[in-house]
Design a protein around this ligand. Structure first.
Ligand code: ARG
Length: 461
């Protein structure tokens, strides 16, 4: 039999394989609530504009609310033959309220309908992402405050570089996730326009009021160009871009947690609730959640590249290719929600081993730069020469297998006669960290200033 929506033009129905490749109901049923909201707003506007009767609008609204209940209580029968969520709902509406259902689609098309539904969905997802990011930021601020003065090694090339504080390291992530939060806000700002009423692509001759439906659906304003309205998926691409950047931050942190929680580093111990054991090795405590966060970044990045590739060759306006936008966004959203929640739990729960951090901070000649700086500051020698003198001190310490602070004053004076006993104070990791009080530096006083700044900023975000 031919299609109930466009059967007028068709003598026979689709091949089974056509139905299978064409249908999106398997995934776009997620949009049911947005679709019903869009239809309610559209029907109310049609009635207010005198395009459909108030009686028909009442029937339509009643039917749509019945459908909403049916879907939520699980009694709604989804049909692949009815292709997508829009046609499943409209066909059911016809069963429930008869010919009035057929008037709902006046002055709209599935092209603007799907654009509205999907924008509403992505907007809500972004709002949820913002809340999840705020929870992660709050978790980091607690740890940063607790460890504003906890010394750990800072790394470059994953080689010990200079001592920093764990609080400072935490605040680096606060900067990263804080940027993610502002990207989420920007994305919502740009997305916040209603395409409803663009119809298929050219607008409509019916006297619709697009501002009315935009406001009813919580959008700031209607989109300005009907062609762009139905061919634009920037909001989905922006969601995926924001998600991919955020995921890459989560993944870097996950990688650090994997490293920090090894017995070799021992900087942190994951709580039992965020680690797993081994079925064979009784001693193991594995950072599976961190590993999965690192891994899920792959699929989020993949979805971004996937949708960019779908969109890149499409002529304006709508093409069916665009139906492929949804699974990418749904799957990336599900992954990101999980990643943010799991990371927030791990950051909150993990036990920080201050002793291991401090010990590691002193290893690897981490205060060599402090020695060179002292030579410049106190003896007034050029930094390049100080670098050379310090390099010789490190080589000597390495030869003796001791730390710089364990070299005798005579040893140091043999390298440079101007050195005095005063130098030893700058060789301690605590003093090293305390001295780095430049704006944004790792001194505990600076870290506390950063924390104060972010507490205020998050309260406003
Ligand atoms: N299921 C379609 C999608 O997801 C809805 C729009 C269909 N429009 C059309 N002209 N075939 O994109």
């Amino acid at each position: 039999t031919s299609n109930e929506m466009w059967g007028g033009r068709f003598a026979s129905g689709p091949a089974a394989i056509m139905e299978a490749i064409n249908a999106s109901i398997g995934f776009d049923r997620k949009l049911y609530a947005q679709d019903i909201r869009g239809s309610l707003a559209h029907s109310e506007m049609l009635a207010e504009q005198g395009i459909i009767s108030a009686a028909d609008q009442k029937l339509v609204a009643h039917g749509l609310n019945t459908i909403l209940r049916e879907i939520e209580d699980g009694s709604f029968v989804f049909s692949t033959a009815r292709e997508d969520i829009h046609m499943n709902i409209e066909a059911r509406l016809a069963e429930l309220v008869g010919p009035a259902a057929g008037r709902l689609h006046t002055a709209r098309s599935r092209n603007d309908q799907v654009a509205v539904d999907f924008r509403l969905w992505v907007k809500e997802e972004l709002q949820g992402t913002a809340e999840a990011l705020k929870r992660l930021l709050a978790a980091f601020l607690v740890r940063a405050e607790e460890h504003a003065a906890t010394v750990m090694p800072g790394f470059t090339h994953l080689q010990t570089a200079q001592p920093v504080t764990f609080g400072h390291h935490c605040m680096a992530y606060v900067e990263m996730f804080g940027r993610d939060l502002s990207r989420v806000r920007d994305a919502i700002e740009r997305l916040d326009e209603s395409p409803l009423g663009a119809a298929a692509l050219a607008g409509t001759g019916f006297p619709i009021d697009r501002k009315k439906t935009a406001t009813a659906l919580g959008f700031r304003e209607p989109t300005r160009n009907s062609i762009d309205s139905v061919s634009d998926r920037d909001f989905a691409l922006e969601f995926l871009s924001v998600a991919a950047i955020c995921a890459s931050h989560l993944s870097r942190l996950a990688e650090e947690i994997v490293i920090w929680s090894t017995p070799q580093f021992g900087f942190v111990r994951l709580s039992d609730s965020f680690s797993t054991g081994s079925s064979i090795m009784p001693q193991k405590k594995n950072p599976d959640a961190a590993e999965l966060i690192r891994a899920k970044t792959g699929r989020v990045n993949g979805h971004l590249v996937g949708l960019l590739t779908v969109m890149k060759g499409l002529p304006l306006a709508y093409s069916k290719d665009m139906q492929e936008d949804k699974e990418a966004v749904f799957d990336a959203a599900e992954a990101l929600d999980l990643m943010l929640a799991a990371m927030t739990g791990m950051v909150t729960d993990m036990a920080v081993n201050k002793d291991a951090m401090r010990k590691a901070a002193g290893a690897g000649y981490s205060t060599a730069t402090d020695l060179a700086d002292w030579l410049v500051r106190v003896l007034g020698i050029p930094f390049r020469e100080a670098h050379h003198v310090t390099g010789r001190a490190v080589a000597l310490a390495e030869e003796r297998r001791v730390g710089l602070e364990k070299l005798g004053l005579e040893d140091l004076q043999a390298i440079h006669p101007g050195i005095t006993g005063d130098v030893f104070s700058v060789l301690s990791v605590r003093n090293s960290v305390k001295s780095r009080s430049s704006f944004g530096g790792t001194a505990p006083s600076e870290v506390r200033r950063q924390i104060r700044y972010w507490k205020k900023r998050i309260a406003r975000a």
